[in-house]
Design a protein around this ligand. Sequence first.
Ligand SMILES: [Zn+2]
Length: 348
Amino acid sequence: MIVRRGKGDLNKIYRPCKISEVVGNETIKRIINKALENNTLPHALLFTGPSGCGKTTFARLIALGLNCIEGVSGEPCCQCASCIAILNLNSFAVIESDAGRTGDVATTRKILEDLPSAPMGGERYKVAIFDEAHKLGGNSGSEDALLKFLEDTPEHVYIILCTNEPQKLKEVTRNRCKITQFGRLQDDDVCKLLEQVCQFEGFDYKIEILQYISEEANGVPRAALGYLQQIAAEESWTKDAASVVITAGIDIDYVEVYDFCRLIIKERNFQSTVKAYSKIKKIPIEIIRMAVCGFFVGCLKRANNLKEAQQFSEIIDITSQPYFNNPKPEHILMNSLFKITQILRRTN
Ligand SMILES: [Zn+2]
């Protein structure tokens, strides 16, 4: 059940503070709750899964649950000094690093060197959360420093690595961690969340618009709440008005991949697809895969006939599973793109 706290935008006031307030990922919630209660949570965790599916949120909930003055649990009080410091992002016990920006070896070493000392504010545990943890990989030496630390993690320290590209970390790093794979939320779950928020806020909502937002948000509650906020503010409770809000706010990476998909459909040629791919190569493969899949789901919904629908359905089959458990995701993507062009050629 969601809870409203404080003031600000919808994403802030409905941010979960207890595991029971998280929507979706039910199995993970059960396992982590139990591990916290039984004091069996592994000290090195690797959270994988697509962007926006709640990895970092969950990492923060663990930090709260470990340090709440009321006792270790998945249901921290969210009111004690420790909880409030963590929620306000100014606790000495929780170190959050965005490895995409500060993953250099000097910063990483500094974070790790500080961990063995006891927390300053009287908290029980230090929790270091590395977002975009795959950026620690490569030649910078950051991953090696981390690896050394993971060999002998102090009892009062928990390390949580969050990434949508775990294959970019060394196998030995992954092996030292307990891996938890998060999934995207179902559209229905996102829709239920939106409906609860609307009821709390007293919005004069329309359920079909909430369903539309949920589909467009691609299983990312943060995106869905962002759209809802704007639609409610502008009272855009028609599909046309809502689509204007959503199109304006859509992720720039997705726009580029959608253009790429349109080109694939137009050209139906593998060589030109490969050429076009080189222009979007900087976008993470998992984002490309999800955007391609989402694009063809849209095509399927608008298919003119059964034959077309069958083709789009085959493309969705190829792109609906994450590639990141495969050691060479780019090879799988290339192969998928080849198959997509072949499937599309069949109309000619
Ligand atoms: Zn507390």
